[in-house]
Design a protein around this ligand. Structure first.
Ligand code: ASP
Ligand code: MG
Length: 449
């Protein structure tokens, strides 16, 4: 058995081309512990497949299939056994061509079958590059035998006990001998039909696998060197974070830092698995460790921004109806699978924030149907294009020393909603999006720099 069991996830930009894949192979090679690799599709491929699976003409589908084929064949050209690699991916590309030529309605089920091809392609090629580079056998494992989920195609819910069972059967026996490579993002339901767990879900897949085999470390290799105190594109003084706690990292990923899929921290926390975030382009540069207990506990560790927020304000029409209003409201939202982020309430009204639809960016989840159901018992007001800014750190529920400076800095900012006190690790508020970057810079200067 290796000393430590590690699960290493390589994202789309780490799989971008043969050179990027070779850099990842070198990372694997440089560490004798590393064993289970979880990969994303090559960068841009899932977007292309999403377009393929949407409502486009079959001419466009054929075009996309060709574009995906060209891109992956080009990567194969850089392999020693280019022909062998091409022959292997041709089988997958053939499936895509068959669908491209057919004139049919895309069901959610077929859509997942299509989306899964990105990870299948990248993992097959990367397995061959690894074999060339590290010269020891590499075992390719179909993630659909491992990541068991429900049948909510496009956003399937992993079944943790089933995954643990599957890992015992298909993965743990392989750990002694060799490097195992599998795909992120994809799984299968109890009938064996392909599912996907939501865009950006490869991090979550890797965390689920780490949990199932009780790994010591989960590594997430991406295109940034570390988690930063805030988005360096907005605030140039942003600094890399050396160490951050599970709780803080979870808040950050939920509140907009795009480095980790929001669900990633959950399995890691359940099994106390340390997470490392590093760059596969600059693996030598120090990354970020995410651990249960950090050495330091700063009041504000980071500031995050999440755009495209919708503020839904509802007033009960029936003032006498003193109980059941919240229950009824949340019942409607939950039945439509609308996830609510922040909530503030008064006696007869409730304000809550909703995210845009992650699978169809730009579209709010509040469909006509939902609104009509709500209007049966409340009046509804909707404001869109708001930004949510969160301070993430420690003891933020106790405001001594915080609320004074914070509110005086935000004097000229129209704050629409504020959430404070529910978590000691975040304080967040909603503002008009045109002010968000200025606010981020001001807060970073005051609370972090
Ligand atoms: N390839 C999938 C996506 O682009 C999953 C992932 O990369 O995490 O969403
Ligand atoms: Mg990602």
């Amino acid at each position: 058995m290796p000393d430590l069991i590690k699960v290493a996830k390589f994202g789309g930009t780490s799989m971008a081309d043969a050179a990027a894949m070779r850099r990842c192979a070198a990372i694997v090679h440089s560490d004798s512990d590393k064993k289970i690799l979880v990969v994303s599709a090559t960068s841009g491929t899932t977007n292309l497949l999403t377009e393929f699976a949407s409502d486009v003409s079959s001419i466009r589908r054929v075009e996309i299939a060709k574009q995906i084929a060209d891109k992956h064949y080009a990567i194969c050209e850089d392999l020693r056994d280019a022909e062998g690699a091409k022959a292997e991916i041709e089988k997958i590309l053939q499936e895509l061509n068959v669908i491209a030529g057919r004139n049919q309605i895309m069901s959610a089920m077929l859509r997942d079958e299509i989306l899964a091809m990105g990870e299948r392609l990248s993992s097959v090629i990367f397995a061959r590059i690894l074999t060339e580079e590290i010269q020891s056998p590499v075992r390719w494992l179909d993630a659909r035998t491992l990541i068991k989920t429900d049948s909510q195609y496009g956003n399937a819910e992993p079944d943790i006990p089933e995954i643990e069972e599957a890992a015992k059967k298909h993965l743990i026996p392989k750990l002694n001998e060799q490097v195992v490579i599998t795909q992120g993002f994809i799984g299968s339901d109890k009938n064996g039909i392909t599912t996907t767990i939501g865009r950006g879900g490869s991090d979550y897949s890797a965390a689920l696998i780490a949990e199932a085999i009780d790994a010591d470390v989960l590594e997430v290799w991406t295109d940034v060197t570390a988690i930063y105190t805030t988005d360096p594109k907005i605030v140039p003084e942003a600094k890399p974070i050396t160490e951050i706690s599970f709780d803080e990292a979870a808040e950050l990923s939920v509140f907009g830092a795009k480095i980790l899929h929001p669900a990633t921290m959950v399995p890691a926390m359940r099994k106390n698995i340390r997470v490392y975030v590093g760059s596969s382009i600059d693996p030598e540069k120090p990354g970020t460790w995410i651990v249960r207990d950090t050495k330091e506990h700063p009041l504000t560790r980071a500031i995050s921004l999440r755009r495209n927020q919708t503020l839904l304000t509802v007033h009960s029409l029936d003032m006498l109806h003193r109980y059941g209003f919240l229950a009824r409201l949340f019942e409607v939202l939950s039945r439509h699978k609308i996830s609510v982020d922040l909530v503030t309430t008064s006696e007869v009204s409730v304000a809550l924030t909703l995210d845009y639809n992650i699978n169809t960016p730009g579209k709010s989840r509040l469909t006509e149907e939902v609104l009509n159901e709500l209007k049966e018992f409340c009046s509804v007001d909707i404001q869109e294009d708001l930004s949510l800014i969160a301070l993430v750190g420690n003891n933020l529920d106790a405001t001594a020393g915080l609320s004074g400076p914070l509110f005086s800095l935000l004097e000229d900012v129209n704050i629409r909603l504020i959430c404070h006190g529910a978590s000691s690790h975040n304080l967040c508020f909603l503002i008009d999006s045109h002010q968000d970057e200025d606010v981020m810079r001001t807060l970073h200067k005051k609370f972090i720099s």
